[in-house]
Design a protein around this ligand. Structure first.
Ligand SMILES: Nc1ncnc2c1ncn2[C@@H]1O[C@H](COP(=O)(O)OP(=O)(O)OP(=O)(O)O)[C@@H](O)[C@H]1O
Length: 311
């Protein structure tokens, strides 16, 4: 858990971060989103003390970060940045093993961990372990960057635009991978992005920043349905709001009794998926299944009503 209390950074006459307070719960992802210059990176870097706060405090699992030696703090916290930041003259294995080596892990433990992470990221260890960063695609470099941040099984990860350099398809894939890995490992992640879509996809909670201040800190569905200010609403985008909202609500919320034909949709799928399937197959209602058994139906009318209730 990260507890941030009135954290502030002043540079000359610029207040880069202005009394931000928020708590990132254990085993969740908080996505910090905002326009350029809003203070996201400064906020993140104050947590691992790459930037020293002007005032305010950070506690990591109850311990004041200000009282820990910065180099020890940084070994404990995974850090992944845009453009991956890999050492160009070190192999993939050496890059991923950097922090475990500093922590004094044995060679065999490091090797096992490297192979485990490469496998997790769908990169065959035998083929990738000994390559150098320039022998990888941009997407693979980025994944190695994230693997490196995860290598020592940090309870905490800070990620600054980790997928910023990726094209949209690989980016969506990388986001899904991160989500799965985070769920599996139970990591606590704070991630910075300028992309609201990414924040909504990845965040258990989304923190919206503008001009150094925290405007809203809430689960994505709440941010989309009930933006705290006009600025937050603008970031979401008017035309996108209904679809974003529907992508956050599961079909299970509006299952009803009644007939429906054709291919079924799972109750855990989103209303956006249900809407898309209805439009694509020209059906007013779709059967809904849970664990393979039909439990009811979802109708276009109910999807419309649910969207209207949120608007
Ligand atoms: N070392 C520094 N010295 C002076 N001003 C700084 C310094 N670092 C950041 N700032 C200023 O603090 C403000 C916040 O910067 P920060 O990099 O945290 O924003 P950001 O939201 O991460 O932006 P971006 O998305 O463009 O990376 C900006 O006005 C920036 O110019």
């Amino acid at each position: 858990m990260i507890e941030i209390d009135a954290l502030t950074k002043v540079y000359g006459d610029t207040t880069a971060v202005d009394a931000v307070s928020l708590t990132v719960d254990t085993a969740t992802i908080t996505a910090v989103v905002g326009t350029s210059g809003s203070g996201k990176t400064t906020l993140l870097r104050m947590i691992n003390r790459l930037v020293e706060p002007t005032s305010g405090s950070v506690r990591i699992n109850g311990e004041p970060a200000g009282e820990m030696a910065p180099h020890l703090l940084r070994r404990r916290i995974g850090y992944a940045i845009q453009g991956h930041g890999l050492f160009p003259h070190h192999s993939v294995a050496r890059n991923i093993g950097a922090v475990p080596r500093l922590l004094g892990w044995s060679r065999s433990d490091i090797r096992a961990r490297v192979d485990e992470l490469l496998t997790l990221f769908d990169m065959e260890p035998a083929s990738f372990r000994d390559r150098f960063p320039h022998e990888l695609s941009g997407g693979q470099q980025q994944r190695v960057g994230v693997a490196r941040a995860l290598a020592s099984r940090p309870d905490l990860m800070l990620m600054d635009e980790p997928f910023g350099a990726l094209d949209p398809i690989i980016r969506a894939r990388a986001q899904d991978d991160l989500r799965q890995i985070q769920r599996k490992l139970g990591s606590t992640i704070m991630l910075v992005t300028h992309d609201m879509e990414e924040a909504i996809r990845l965040g258990d909670k989304v923190a919206v920043m503008d001009d150094g201040r925290l405007l809203q800190y809430a689960p994505p569905a709440e941010i989309v349905a009930d933006p705290a200010t006009d600025f937050v609403a603008d970031l979401i985008g008017d035309t996108e709001r209904p679809m974003r909202f529907l992508s956050l609500v599961p079909v299970s919320e509006i299952v009803e009794d009644g007939p429906a034909d054709g291919t079924a949709i799972d109750s855990g799928a989103s209303l956006r998926d249900a809407l898309s399937a209805s439009l694509w197959t020209d059906r007013e209602a779709l059967p809904v299944t849970r664990d393979g058994t039909v439990v009811g139906r979802v109708t276009l009318e109910a999807i419309r009503a649910r969207a209207a209730r949120a608007s």
